[in-house]
Design a protein around this ligand. Structure first.
Ligand code: PDD
Length: 284
């Protein structure tokens, strides 16, 4: 069965899904994206992703080419046409196609492209063995709160991590302070406290992050929203990342140093279970 993508109003086989070479996403990375997890054929934490999409678009003064109702309908149609049980829906909105000029073009319709990716999200070996992480300098721009398709710094970070046999990169600012993962939010657990950087322009406000912190709070787990250093992470009891693509994933090694004895700890195992239960129960 060939995969079906959505391109500006049409459902087409992925190999025929094409946009103009003048698309500003292609020329300037002038666009934003979202990745929504699909569980049991339903969309997990969907409302949060749509809310963040509108925020990203607003920050870039970009219009959305379809209504929220239409957007949900397209998500569902893609899941249906691709017979997707578990995985994700990728969506990208760009400022559209116009002759190359840095300044915003007038009267150009934004472009909307969406496709699905099938992937096991729950029963994954890495959730049992844990991720290895490599720290790299955070060389990104200062508006990391916008979910921009300009991901070259993350491509380089994750490639450096992969080349060292690691599953994720943790990006580190001056002073050794961790911002976030290459495509995830970063956490440590120390003395029973879940420590993660507060939301600001320095990191992406993760939708999984928001749910996980809310669920942890409801269960009386202690949370400290503050920046932490990579040195603190080496000495942490547990570490983990969250993202729509991985949910809650334990980290057992950072820069070759074992964290928490090199095994996923009790807090992260509990949070993963709680989050997956929540995602299943609230998926639409
Ligand atoms: N990335 N921080 C960064 C830099 C990310 O790219 C992501 C997600 C997150 C986690 O956000 P959320 O919980 O809303 O997925 C944090 C997606 C999954 C990606 O680029 O594939």
């Amino acid at each position: 069965m060939t995969r079906i993508a959505y391109v500006n109003g049409d459902y087409v086989p992925i190999e025929d899904a094409k946009i103009s070479v003048l698309d500003r996403g292609f020329l300037f990375a002038d666009g934003v994206y979202e990745v929504t997890a699909v569980l049991g054929g339903k969309l997990a934490d969907y409302a949060g992703h749509v809310k963040r999409l509108h925020r990203s678009l607003g920050e870039l003064q970009m219009d959305m080419p379809v209504s929220d109702d239409e957007l949900l309908a397209i998500h569902r149609e893609l899941v249906k046409r691709n017979n997707l049980d578990q995985g994700g829906v990728y969506l990208q909105v760009t400022r559209g196609a116009a002759d190359r000029d840095f300044v915003f073009p007038k009267g150009v319709k934004p472009s909307l492209v969406m496709f699905t990716q099938a992937r096991e999200l729950c029963d994954v070996p890495a959730a049992r063995t844990g991720y290895k992480v490599k720290s790299v300098p955070d060389i990104r721009w200062t508006r990391r709160d916008i979910k921009s398709v300009a991901l070259l710094a993350q491509v380089l970070a994750k490639q450096a991590a992969a080349a060292d046999g690691c599953n994720e990169a943790w990006m580190v600012e001056a002073g050794g302070v961790v911002t976030e993962g290459g495509s995830s939010n970063a956490y440590i657990v120390k003395d029973g406290k879940i420590i993660t950087r507060p939301v600001s322009n320095s990191i992406l406000s993760g939708i999984t992050r928001a749910s996980v912190l809310q669920l942890a709070k409801e269960r009386g787990m202690e949370i400290e929203e503050r920046a932490f250093t990579i040195e603190e992470a080496y000495a942490a009891d547990e570490a983990f990342v969250t993202a729509a693509s991985t949910f809650v994933m334990p980290v057992v090694e950072i820069d070759g140093k074992q964290v928490g004895g090199g095994q996923p700890g009790p807090a992260v195992r509990r949070l993963r279970e709680i989050y997956i239960d929540h995602a299943r129960a609230t998926a639409i």
